[in-house]
Design a protein around this ligand. Structure first.
Ligand code: RI2
Length: 311
C-alpha cells in the first residue's frame, strides 16, 4: 500500500465508511502493515520517515477516538525500538507489530464479553447506545450463556448506528427494541443496566462516547440504573495525564439537516459527548473490571512508556 492508498483508508475512516473505535484502530494497523509489505525503500531511515508519515495521515482521520493514535503509536514504538535498522528488518517489525495489535484487539473484545457478561443477570433489560462491538460482546455473551435478556437500543442520530445494533441483536435472536434518542428517560424505569462503548477514556475516568451517552447516564443515575462502559485498554487516553483535553469531533452539518433548507441557522453536529466518572459504575476492560477512578492506573500500566516519553 502506497502513501496515496493510506490516504484512501484515512478518507474511509473520516467519512465513517469504516467506523467504531476498535475497528478504525484495526484498519489503521492493517494499513501500516500493507504499507510495510509494499514499501520499496532501501534504507531504514527513509522507510521510517515514510512509515511515520503514513501514521500521521491515519491519526488525522478522526480526532476523538484515541484508539486510532494508540494503534499507530503502538506500532511505531515497537518498530523504532527494534534493534536492526535495515529497511527489510523494519518492515518485518512493522508487520509483526500490526498483526499483534489486530490479534490482541479482537481477543480483547471477546474477553470483555466474557468478563462483562458476568454482571448481566437473568431477566435483565439492557439499554445500549450507538453501535459498540465491545458493548455488544457483553450483551451477546450473556445471551449465548443462556441468560434471557432484552435489549433497548437508541437510534444514535444523526448517523443511526443504533440500526446496525438492532439488526445485529435481532440476528442473534435477542428480543430487541429500537427507540428514538429522546425516549431514553421515558423508558429508563424498565431498564436494569445500561451498557455502552467508549471512544476515549480520560485519566479522571470520564468517558467520551457517541453523542447522547451522557444524557443516558444522567437518566440512569436518576432512575438508579447501573451504567457500564465496555472498552479495550487502548481506548484509555494517555495524553489526558499530561493535561490534554480530548477533542470532540464536530462533523458536517449536512449529516443533521440540509443547510440549504435552513438558511441562517447554525446546525451543530457534535459526534461525541463526555460522561463524568460520577455517572459510571464500572468499566469493563479485557484486563479486568475497574471503577472509573482507576483510569489513571490503567493508563500508567498500559502507556507508562508513552506518558513518560516524548509525546
Ligand atoms: P467499539 C463508535 O464511534 C461509538 O461511539 C461506539 O460507542 C464507539 O465507537 C466504540 O465502538 P463511531 O465510529 O470500538 O460510530 O466498541 O463515531 O466498536
Amino acid at each position: 500500500m502506497s502513501v496515496e492508498e493510506v490516504k484512501q483508508v484515512a478518507e474511509r475512516i473520516s467519512s465513517m465508511e469504516i467506523r467504531g473505535a476498535g475497528k478504525i484502530a484495526r484498519s489503521a494497523a492493517g494499513a501500516l502493515k500493507s504499507y510495510a509489505v509494499a514499501s520499496k525503500e532501501t534504507t531504514g531511515a527513509k522507510y521510517l520517515e515514510g512509515l511515520s508519515k503514513a501514521g500521521e495521515i491515519l491519526i488525522c482521520a478522526r480526532p476523538s477516538a484515541v484508539s486510532l493514535p494508540n494503534a499507530v503509536r503502538y506500532i511505531l514504538y515497537r518498530v523504532e525500538g527494534s534493534g536492526d535498522r535495515k529497511a527489510s528488518a523494519l518492515r518485518k517489525a512493522t508487520i509483526n507489530a500490526a498483526e499483534d495489535f489486530i490479534e490482541n484487539s479482537v481477543k480483547a473484545v471477546e474477553r470483555i464479553g466474557i468478563l462483562g457478561s458476568k454482571r448481566i443477570e437473568e431477566g435483565d433489560t439492557i439499554m445500549t447506545h450507538c453501535n459498540s462491538s465491545a458493548a455488544l460482546s457483553v450483551i451477546k455473551t450473556a445471551w449465548r450463556d443462556g441468560k434471557e435478556i432484552k435489549v433497548i437500543a437508541s437510534e444514535a442520530r444523526p448517523r443511526y448506528q443504533g440500526q446496525i445494533t438492532v439488526r445485529e441483536l435481532a440476528k442473534e435472536g435477542i428480543p430487541t427494541s429500537l427507540i428514538v434518542d429522546s425516549s431514553v428517560r421515558a423508558v429508563m424505569k424498565g431498564v436494569d443496566k445500561v451498557v455502552v462503548g467508549a471512544d476515549s477514556i480520560a485519566a479522571n475516568g470520564a468517558v467520551i462516547n457517541k453523542i447522547g451517552t451522557s444524557q443516558i447516564a444522567l437518566c440512569a443515575q436518576e432512575a438508579r440504573v447501573l451504567f457500564f462502559v465496555a472498552a479495550e485498554t487502548y481506548k484509555f487516553h494517555p495524553e489526558t495525564c499530561l493535561g490534554e483535553i480530548v477533542e470532540i469531533e464536530k462533523r458536517d452539518s449536512s449529516e443533521v439537516a440540509s443547510p440549504e433548507e435552513f438558511p441562517g441557522v447554525d446546525i451543530l453536529n457534535l459526534a461525541f459527548d463526555v460522561t463524568p466518572p460520577e455517572y459510571i459504575d464500572l468499566i469493563v476492560t479485557e484486563k479486568g473490571i475497574v471503577p472509573p477512578q482507576a483510569a489513571i492506573m490503567v493508563i500508567k500500566e498500559e502507556f507508562g512508556w508513552a506518558v513518560g516519553g516524548k509525546w
